[in-house]
Design a protein around this ligand. Structure first.
Ligand SMILES: Cc1ncc(COP(=O)(O)O)c(C=O)c1O
Length: 436
């Protein structure tokens, strides 16, 4: 790779700073110094509206003042102690999580340091307690970066690595607009769920421990589970004695306008993993919620030095408190609906928009070429143009996908959403060759 010319995501690097030559991944040439709410500022004083909430994790936006205060106060008292001891911030967080957890999820496991790690932990719990091995995931899953979670992801992410795990079973996801089984949703009878039985019967080892899935795919293109899908999946899992795990690393903590996507869809899994948004303004925290009978795996099997970090836990407890304030989640639903309505109004005029879909503030715009095929190149081009005009946007499948993602901080106001759309809409129309 010519490090002097291109950044990690393929953007041209104009003013290369020789001091960043040692970065393994070359960062973008933008140098940011400050953030506030949905805005990020560069050292040259440019302001960007961040449509991706950092890495989809800044539920309260950049440097929320209440989070800053909690960090300052807690840092003076205690930053780390081994998780063997009780500490007030962790106790408060566990209490808060148990209060907001979907029905039946009574146990809180905090000994993870990232979403990937929490997913690994959930799979380990499922394997340990069931005595079974196999893991089912969906085609476009992104469940993390560890070796096992990479294996649970799409082929383009597994391909370069020699270390392959047996027992990972990939099944078609509910991509209703491009149905794997060429069905129509109104008449399909959720064939995609029924067919999972065939995968279990004929493609597994016969010992499936768990099925782990995102209720709305984060990295995989914002595919929203269709009505009845999760209910049918849970029924299948219970009939086949399989533990159902929702990965709510992206969908959790208000992103869908409910505390969890499980609440939005009205289905509680047997286990749920979380991370990202619980850190409020970016503190690292992750964990697992489980049903009572899924507790009991010895601590030494699933543990991390940074799990349940005190600073992060103090921030997470405060984040939960803020998310639970009257009106907070209503704002997510209202602003999300407003963004979807505006985008759907212009979509018929923009020939390359195939679909606008989402729930709450987890929205995707699917981009296609003239033949209706996924157009990742155009999608990245649109994201780059948006950045030039002051919007930070990310695309699906790490830049290999064709979905523009809109996932701003949950504190975004309707006026800020309009500011974003007043930049994005003309850009889409202009590229489509339509007069605004
Ligand atoms: C749905 C989902 N699961 C798991 C992960 C992995 O989380 P982390 O990056 O904290 O390991 C991600 C990260 O993007 C994610 O979007």
């Amino acid at each position: 790779m010519n490090a002097e010319t291109f950044t990690f995501d393929g953007r041209k690097q104009n003013s290369f700073d020789p001091n960043v030559r040692n970065f393994y991944f070359l960062p973008d040439e933008l140098k940011v110094t400050r953030g506030e709410g949905v805005y990020l500022y560069t050292d040259e004083g440019r302001r960007f509206l961040d449509c991706s909430a950092g890495t989809f994790n800044l539920s309260l936006g950049y440097s929320h003042p209440e989070i800053v205060s909690v960090i300052q106060e807690q840092a003076e008292k205690l930053i780390h102690v081994t998780s063997k001891f009780q500490v007030d911030p962790v106790n408060a967080l566990v209490r808060g999580l148990a209060e907001v957890a979907p029905p039946g999820l009574t146990k809180v496991h905090l000994k993870s340091s990232s979403g990937s790690d929490a997913n690994e932990g959930a799979v380990k719990i499922a394997q340990h307690l069931s005595g079974k091995s196999d893991v089912i995931s969906l085609f476009r899953a992104h469940l993390g970066q560890t070796i096992a979670m990479t294996q649970a992801g799409a082929a383009f992410r597994r391909k370069p690595f020699a270390f392959q795990l047996p027992g990972m079973l990939h099944v078609p996801d509910p991509d209703c607009r491009r149905c794997f089984y060429k069905q129509e949703r109104s008449t399909c009878g959720l064939l995609c769920v029924e067919r999972i039985n065939d995968f279990i019967d004929y493609a597994s080892s016969g010992k499936v421990a768990c099925l782990i899935m995102e209720p709305i795919t984060g990295n995989g293109g914002n595919l929203v589970a269709p009505d009845g899908y999760l209910q049918a999946l849970k029924k299948l899992c219970e009939e086949r004695d399989i533990i159902l795990i929702f990965d709510e690393v992206q969908t959790g903590f208000g992103r869908t306008g409910r505390m969890f996507a499980a609440d939005h869809f009205g289905v509680a899994p047997h286990m749920l993993t979380f991370g990202k948004g619980l850190g409020g303004s970016g503190m690292p925290i992750a964990g697992i919620l489980t049903q009572e009978h899924l507790s009991g795996v010895p601590g030494h099997h699933i543990n991390s030095t940074f799990g349940g970090n005190i600073l992060s836990s103090a921030v997470a407890a405060k984040t939960l408190e803020i998310l639970r304030r009257p009106g907070f989640l209503e704002n997510v639903r209202e602003v999300g609906d407003h963004i979807m309505a505006r985008l759907r109004a212009i979509a018929p005029k923009v020939k390359f928009i195939f679909d606008v879909r989402g729930v709450g503030l987890m929205i995707g715009i699917e981009i296609v070429d003239a033949d209706g095929k996924p157009d990742a190149k155009l999608t990245n081009h649109l994201a780059n143009l948006a950045q030039d005009r002051g919007l930070l946007m990310r695309t699906s499948l790490y830049g290999y996908g064709n979905v523009l993602k809109i996932r701003p901080a949950l504190v975004i106001t309707k006026a800020q959403a309009d500011e974003m759309l007043d930049i994005l809409e003309p850009l889409l129309l202009e590229v489509a060759g339509v007069r605004a």
